[in-house]
Ligand binder design. Structure first.
Ligand code: ADP
Ligand code: MG
Length: 372
């Protein structure tokens, strides 16, 4: 992170500056330093940046800065892959806009009644946050008009493609002005995304924020070497020794989350399991309970890691060592949020060693050995 650039240097309005202050946000992250000036200059951006590095404000701030509060049409459209994420983005931007009078934002997501959402649109929001399927549905029923937007944000573009939203995204491209600004954010840049950028974003600025351990400065990282069969015992002992309460235990598969969840429950830990096969409404319920401190340990796969935006997670455990290097950074980024510090423990069995060594090389982290 370039320590020199401050929010004051970015020429923001007093309303946004006050909101940042109120939220305790002090310095712009790397992606914010790079994307905000470009987007405020109406330049399209293709940004690759790891999860947890502040992308929501990177596009949220410029949108708030140029929105026309008197105009009664949708000016910015933010597409994202899941309902949870749409609600999170909406909440974050509402927080940023708390001092901006007349600002309106609406979330249009599946699983909520169409009529309720049509009512939200009737209040004339300047910004809409939506999942692609529901948005297209509402546009086709003429319940929402996106034909005059200035800016289209594609957040977590790689996830949207993985979830099969490519045709919906193409439709949105066709239904919105040709000369709109596009801001594409993605943690990875697979071929399909390069195709989209090539087709629709020829004159864009590219931003590449490398996943760096130093973007997570407040996370103490440890390696716990132990046989596979002792992992659970070690996790429970570390929780006690470190006096940890709210933690996440990451596993690589759904089956493993269920198994680990059950073993933790047997060990007397209050726990819930979250993975991709659990219905959306159930997932929301579990996340609400977690935020409300109704249980301590969330056992999860990477599929749901992105949706986990909880500020007071004390530590992350890698029960299984992640299969991809960047996932390690995504996982540990669930702790030490909102200016707090956190800890990350990776349980490394003999067979995990080569994988862990590669992660260390790739992410340039320097985890300390931990004696249980
Ligand atoms: P991403 O979209 O890159 O995964 P988010 O935008 O969800 O990341 O931000 C992650 C967390 O960091 C949020 O809780 C957000 O409020 C917080 N955050 C964002 N920008 C900053 C900043 N400049 N300083 C401190 N915290 C920040
Ligand atoms: Mg994000």
């Amino acid at each position: 992170m370039n320590e020199e650039i401050t929010f004051a240097d970015l020429d923001l309005s007093p309303e946004v500056m006050d909101a940042l202050k109120k939220m305790g946000v002090k310095r712009p992250t790397t992606i914010q330093q790079k994307a905000i000036p470009l987007m405020m200059d109406n330049i399209s951006v293709i940004a690759k940046a790891p999860t947890g590095t502040g992308k929501t404000f990177a596009f949220g701030i410029p949108i708030l800065e140029y929105i026309n509060l008197d105009a009664k049409f949708v000016q910015a459209l933010i597409l994202c892959p899941t309902r949870e994420l749409a609600l999170q983005i909406t909440t974050e931007i509402k927080g940023l806009a708390r001092f901006i009078k007349g600002f309106r934002i609406a979330a249009l997501i599946g699983g909520q009644s169409m009529r309720l959402q049509a009512e939200k649109v009737e209040k004339k929001p300047q910004v809409i946050v939506a999942t692609p399927g529901r948005l297209i549905d509402m546009v086709q029923r003429k319940l929402v008009d996106i034909s005059n937007i200035y800016t289209l944000v594609l957040d977590e573009a790689d996830e949207m493609l993985k979830m099969g939203f490519i045709n919906d995204i193409r439709k949105v491209m066709a239904l919105t002005p040709k000369d709109k600004q596009i801001a594409l954010f993605s943690a990875t840049m697979p071929r399909e995304i390069q195709d989209i950028t090539w087709q629709f974003m020829k004159d864009s600025a590219e931003i590449d924020v490398m996943p760096k351990a130093e973007d997570h400065p407040d996370i103490e990282q440890f390696i716990v070497e132990c046989p596979e069969k002792d992992k659970l015992k070690n996790v429970v002992q570390i929780m006690a020794k470190e006096d940890l309460r709210k933690t996440i235990v990451f596993c690589n598969t759904k089956a493993q989350t269920s198994k680990v969840g059950q073993m933790l429950a047997t060990a007397g830990v209050s726990t819930r399991v979250l993975h991709g096969d659990i219905s959306q409404s159930q997932r929301n319920k579990v996340m609400d309970l977690y935020r409300a401190d109704k249980f301590d340990v969330l056992v999860a796969t990477d599929v749901v890691a992105r949706g986990i935006d909880v500020d007071d997670i004390e530590a992350v455990f890698n029960y299984d060592i992640p299969k991809e290097n960047e996932l390690y950074l995504h996982r540990i980024g669930r702790t030490a949020r909102a200016g707090k510090s956190g800890k990350a423990f990776s349980l490394v069995a003999y067979l995990d060693r080569p994988r862990m060594e590669e992660i260390i090389r790739y992410t340039k982290i320097d985890p300390a050995p931990y004696e249980v």
